[in-house]
Design a protein around this ligand. Structure first.
Ligand code: BGC
Length: 349
């Protein structure tokens, strides 16, 4: 079967390969892949800056944002032939650490977790894949092809969950305003959930026209370009989705007393910044502010993500998918175009 594979750490090594059928050790459920979403992490892996091959192998099958149709599933697995499913990305570390032991692999403490299509297990960008039933999340058939948005939605649902757990340490905390930095798929889905939770949402990005400002205003949120302070004055919540160092410090400086900054962008290192650390520290201490990092998602977050997608306007969600590219033209999918929001590789169906 065909699969999109890459040698992690080696730029220019991605190619459409002929690979063996999926191994039984990946699980008893066989899924026909319909679509794979492409994100910044895939671009990083393809550029050679991130990713790990499975043990004893050079090449990794890419793809962690998936949508597929069950081809066969064991009786009693809760899955039936024809079900639409999304594969969970992370698997717990084998130790397991105390978080992985209770199903919170997203909070893995020893870094020995694995991730399909990213870290040491093949991903879903092949014509078929196998999976354990408990890591396949059923998608409402009404969502159809938009189910490919579930993985990014789960990541954002976790971020909001973290914000409310951290903010909730103070009695009666009811956030009113949120700033989301970055209007890519993660930022837009973060804005969606903020609006669904009843907050006044501001979204900051660089582009002045096109799909991003339109999608933000259709949500009833406000789109800004320019400086953090001009976008939202002292918001209760910030969901930082760019990973840009300067923005990270700017939002820490801007958040309201008692507010929560949630960092979701995986940035590359190597850049130095000048920061007035003493002044930032003083404000954060005197105002009980919190900064929390958030990555990945566990099964509960996939459910929260599915609820958010189900409650969203279908047309708005469709607007997030700005390009669909057949598997044979995978390289086009990985080449960014100015008006891209979510690009999807069509595999089968
Ligand atoms: C994925 C997460 C993953 C993270 C770090 C993101 O792109 O959506 O599931 O945990 O990368 O590898």
């Amino acid at each position: 079967m065909k699969a999109l594979t890459v040698v992690p750490g080696q730029a220019g090594s991605a190619r459409l390969d002929d690979v063996d059928d999926p191994p039984e050790e990946h699980g008893p459920v066989v899924v026909e892949t319909l679509a794979i979403g492409v994100c910044g992490t895939d671009a990083e892996i393809v550029s050679g800056a991130y990713g790990w091959a499975p043990p004893g192998r050079d090449r990794l099958t890419l793809g962690h944002e998936s949508l597929g149709r069950v081809q066969s599933a064991p009786q009693g697995s809760g899955l039936a032939v024809g079900d639409l499913v999304v594969g969970i990305v992370r698997r717990p570390d084998p130790v397991p650490c105390s978080a992985c032991a209770v199903g919170q692999w997203d909070m893995c403490r020893n870094g020995e977790y694995t991730e399909r299509g990213i870290k040491s297990i093949d991903g879903y960008c092949s014509e078929r894949y196998r999976i354990e039933a408990e890591y396949a999340v059923k998608v409402d058939p009404k969502l159809g092809e938009l189910g490919v948005l579930l993985e990014p939605a789960s990541v954002v649902a976790k971020a909001w969950d973290q914000v409310y757990s951290v903010g909730g340490r103070q009695g009666g905390w009811e956030p009113k305003t949120a700033l989301v930095t970055g209007a890519g798929p993660i930022g837009l889905l973060a804005a969606l959930i903020g609006v669904q939770r009843g907050l006044e949402v501001h979204v900051l990005d660089q582009v002045k026209e096109g799909a991003k400002p339109k999608l933000v205003s259709e949500l009833g949120a406000t789109y800004h370009t320019g400086a953090v302070k001009d976008a939202a004055c002292r918001p209760d919540v910030v969901i930082e989705c760019t990973g840009v160092g300067q923005l990270v410090f700017d939002v820490m400086d801007d958040v309201a007393p008692g507010g929560v900054v949630c960092l979701t962008g995986v940035s590359s290192g190597g850049r130095q910044l000048g920061v007035d650390a003493g002044s930032l520290n003083r404000t954060m201490v005197l105002e009980n502010e919190a900064v929390v990092g958030s990555v990945n998602a566990n099964r509960r977050h996939y459910q929260l993500g599915a609820d958010a997608l189900a409650a969203a306007e279908r047309d708005w969600l469709s607007g997030l998918i700005t390009r669909k590219v057949p598997l044979e033209r995978w390289a086009d999918a990985l080449t960014r175009q100015p008006d891209d929001v979510k690009v999807v590789i069509e595999v089968g169906g």
